[in-house]
Design a protein around this ligand. Structure first.
Ligand code: KG4
Ligand code: ZN
Length: 340
């Protein structure tokens, strides 16, 4: 998207296992978005090892920032502000980005903005299509599953959240049981399209008026089903297990989102977070939004998983509202979205 807003913001993201820096103009125009993934280093442990993540961020962050500025063809002197993920995330990982941002902001006397990681995921959509309000965002990532109602820019009301495992976490854990590499979400998604949902798995609807989610029961059901089949000497086709699991997840996510949109009288939906890369979820949401005349935005795959362009986009909105941080900015592993 292009813009008449000339604000140039550097975004920095180090909350988990991606070191990323990006330069965004006017909150919508991506001049660069450099992402360095650590997945190869964490794969052999089957998940993200916090200490290893912090060390990689320390090694990478300066180079990634330099690369982002170079690709955007700007210098630090061209920047209007620096936005960085403040939380939630791994504390050691967050601290690397926050301190890099603080150091640069202090040295160059630039305004500093602390961004909530989930606000960033939601604003990835603003890079594609201008956000209009009220809207409902389905946030699905490795650490979060939330339904967020927004009546205006920068105003978040969490109307539902997971009571146990986040959806991405459930994907990764089930994938691990199936012997798939970390992170298992994309592998499960691929397999699900090769199989049939032949196994009857539960859907956790919770109380009839609740928008909360729960995925740990589903995860246990898959593990038990596999275990029981093994004891009977049967071999379940992994494609069918993946398809059945994905069907249950999508059914609950899409049904609750649609109900919330109707009850809240919202006709604009946005999908956010790493699991927004899921092909099955994207297809189903597109289909129900069409049937129900709802406008839907889904970021392209590169903006679904962690990246700094989304942080710069949310940061620009905060900059324009005057929501600046000071030198007390710190990594906050448990930062709440509604307090952003
Ligand atoms: O948002 P994200 O990059 O990091 C967090 O903030 O957590 O999300 C990562 C999560 C992982 O659990 C990964 O398995 C999942 O997103 N994921 C997927 C797909 N692509 C990534 N899950 C299901 N289907 C996919 N295609
Ligand atoms: Zn994320």
């Amino acid at each position: 998207m292009s813009t008449s807003d000339e604000t140039i913001i550097l975004g920095i993201e180090t909350s988990c296992d991606e070191t990323s820096a990006s330069v965004v103009k006017g909150g919508v125009d991506i001049l660069s978005n450099v992402v360095s993934s650590q997945i190869e280093s964490h794969k052999r442990f089957g998940g993200v090892v916090p200490e290893i993540a912090s060390r990689h961020h320390v090694e990478q962050v300066t180079y990634i920032i330099e690369q982002a500025l170079a690709e955007a063809k700007v210098t630090i002197d061209d920047l209007d502000a620096i936005a960085v993920t403040e939380g939630p995330g791994l504390v050691g990982a967050l601290l690397v980005g926050v301190n890099a941002a603080k150091g640069l902001a202090f040295a160059k006397n630039l305004p500093l903005i602390g961004v909530h990681h989930i606000a960033g995921h939601i604003y990835a959509n603003h890079l594609i299509e201008e956000l209009t309000f009220p809207l409902l965002s389905l946030v699905v990532s490795g650490g979060h599953t939330e339904l967020v109602y927004m009546k205006e820019h920068g105003c978040y009301e969490v109307i539902g959240e997971t009571r146990d495992d986040a959806v991405g976490e459930a994907y990764d854990k089930v994938a691990r049981t199936l012997g798939l590499p970390y992170p298992g979400g994309p592998h499960m998604d691929r397999l699900a399209h090769e199989g049939q949902a032949t196994i009857d798995l539960p859907r956790a609807w919770l109380e009839s008026d609740s928008y909360d989610f729960s995925f740990s029961g589903l995860k246990s059901a898959v593990i038990n089903t596999m275990h029981n089949a093994k004891q009977r000497g049967e071999e379940l086709a992994v494609e069918n297990v993946a398809a059945s699991f994905q069907e249950s997840v999508i059914d609950v996510l899409v049904t609750k989102t649609l109900r919330a949109a109707k009850e809240r009288n919202v006709d604009r939906l946005v999908l956010a977070g790493g699991v927004a890369a899921n092909k099955g979820l994207r297809e189903r949401l597109k289909q129900v939004c069409k049937e129900n005349e709802l406008t839907l935005t889904i970021p392209p795959l590169s903006l679904c998983t962690d990246n700094a362009a989304m942080i710069a986009a949310a940061g620009t909105m905060m900059f324009n509202k005057g929501k600046l941080a000071d030198d007390r900015l710190n990594g906050q592993p448990g930062l709440e979205l509604e307090r952003q």
